[in-house]
Design a protein around this ligand. Structure first.
Ligand code: HEC
Ligand code: HEC
Length: 414
């Protein structure tokens, strides 16, 4: 009886609305449910409140080149608005580099052998694992990092902010080879921190403001105060804002046909949401996608063992933290070594890693490495998925909904 009424109801509605529109509405509902089931929450619910005066002085700290030993590099030098808070190049270039792109890789020294990560949602609620290899990881409730028990804070973003100033300065070569900072290097980092504190405290535009925001005298400032300031700024300026996907899921927002198709693939046959899920489109786990490697690599000679660098467990080789996807259309190039320029190709390589292979340019060692990557990838959920070019185009349309702007623009200053 109930069935009959429902059918009558549906036929009744169908008589009024064209069938395609009706099916569309049903697909919208299915999609909305899938999005919420995969962990999206209204953007406001991710926000963490931070004192306004600390955010303001944090912005000055984020922008000043005084935060690097040779005064040539600011956080804002690599984390640039125009590129969705990344730098638009494959491997980040630290202080004192010359030339462009691959040319700079030959010189060694101040190259960070990884693709710059953007800041969207970093330090918001539940965002607990930082860097491509998760070298700052608070997901278990206890922080694990290179500080090995001597963490300067229980806030993982504050710990993460401690690392770049000692990596982009003169000490980059020492530290990059020392994935587990030993006692000596922690001390070396301490020397850098002390120099930076003296410098910042002496700045009339920053020192007193930072001290006031931290409730201290200027002469009592420590590096933790600088790190808290920068973290407050990152946490606030790049927090999630209203965006088309949020409006679709939680308000009256609509999707185009291609966006909707892409969404159904993302949460359905593409299995994207088995890893890219939760409020930030990451499971904060480590997976192997067998992406091509560009540049020296964290482990040298074109090799990056990824998560292994933090855990030294063989099974973690070639695994990387599932990257969050907010503003992903703006953060090219993609993957941990920035080896892929186009979003379409980044998606294709998830399901067809061989599409990115150019054996003629690979060393024997790299071929062995790629084979190991493929073995790891074959155990991932994505390895059984096939995607046609038009499906990949739809996925790109869908991902473009994950876009919003930072609260304020940033630019490097002296
Ligand atoms: C030379 C370019 C460069 C500069 C300068 C730089 N970064 Fe980064 N940043 C990177 C790269 C590259 C990564 C990814 C490194 C990795 O994961 O191994 C990164 C990652 C991060 C992350 C982790 C984001 C995530 O998703 O886990 C944080 C936090 C961060 N940087 C903060 C800062 C701060 C704070 C400063 C200034 C003190 C700064 N960065 C300066 C290049 C840079
Ligand atoms: C098995 C887990 C997993 C699945 C499933 C998965 N991804 Fe990923 N995705 C990753 C990992 C890990 C990376 C980073 C790999 C690297 O850097 O080497 C990544 C990277 C990306 C990137 C590049 C992001 C950046 O900032 O560089 C995009 C875009 C992306 N995935 C989209 C998708 C889409 C679309 C799907 C579905 C077709 C999907 N992913 C399925 C784990 C996954």
């Amino acid at each position: 009886m109930k069935f009959a009424t429902n059918v009558a109801l549906i036929i009744g509605i169908a008589a009024m609305v064209p069938l395609a529109v009706l099916a569309d509405g049903m697909r919208d509902n299915v999609l909305r449910q899938a999005i919420v089931r995969a962990g999206l929450v209204p953007f406001q619910e991710t926000h963490v409140e931070v004192p306004e005066d600390l955010v303001n002085v944090g912005k000055l700290l984020f922008q000043t080149k005084d935060i690097s030993l040779d005064r040539k590099t600011a956080c804002a030098s690599c984390h640039v608005d125009r590129f969705g808070s990344t730098d638009g190049i494959a491997n980040a270039i630290g202080t004192g580099g010359n030339g462009e792109g691959l040319e700079r890789l030959a010189g060694g020294g101040d190259i960070i052998p990884r693709n710059t990560l953007p800041f969207w949602g970093r330090g918001s609620k539940g965002f607990n694992v930082f860097f491509w290899d998760g070298k700052v990881d608070a997901s278990s409730g206890t922080i694990h990092s290179q500080f090995a028990g001597q963490e300067p804070s229980s806030d993982p973003l504050v710990v993460a902010v401690h690392l770049p100033p000692v990596e982009v300065g003169e000490m980059v070569a020492d530290l990059a080879q020392n994935d587990h900072l030993e006692g000596e290097s922690v001390e070396a980092a301490g020397v850098v921190y002390d120099m930076l504190v003296d410098r910042i405290a002496a700045r009339s535009d920053i020192g007193p403001a930072l001290a006031a925001a931290r409730g201290k005298a200027v002469e009592d400032l420590e590096f933790i105060d600088i790190a808290e300031g920068i973290a407050a700024f990152i946490r606030t300026n790049f927090q999630l804002q209203d965006n088309p996907l949020n409006r679709f899921a939680f308000a009256e927002g609509t999707m185009s046909e291609s966006e909707q198709k892409g969404g159904l693939i993302f949460y359905g046959k593409g299995r994207c949401s088995s890893c890219h899920n939760g409020p930030y489109f990451t499971d904060f786990q480590f997976h192997a996608i067998a992406t091509p490697q560009l540049g020296f690599g964290k482990n040298g000679f074109g090799i990056d063992y990824g998560r292994y660098n933090s855990t030294l467990r063989d099974e973690d080789r070639y695994r990387f933290r599932t990257p969050p996807l907010w503003n992903v259309t703006k953060t090219a190039p993609y993957f941990h070594s920035g080896s892929v320029q186009k979003l379409e190709d980044a998606i294709l390589l998830h399901v067809d890693p061989l599409a990115g292979l150019s054996p003629e340019t690979m060393t024997g060692e790299q071929r062995v490495q790629f084979y190991e990557q493929l073995k790891a990838w074959s155990g991932e959920t994505i390895s059984g998925v096939a995607l046609a070019p038009d499906e990949i185009a739809d996925l790109v349309s869908f991902l473009s909904l994950l876009s919003f702007e930072s609260r304020e623009k940033v630019a490097e200053t002296n």
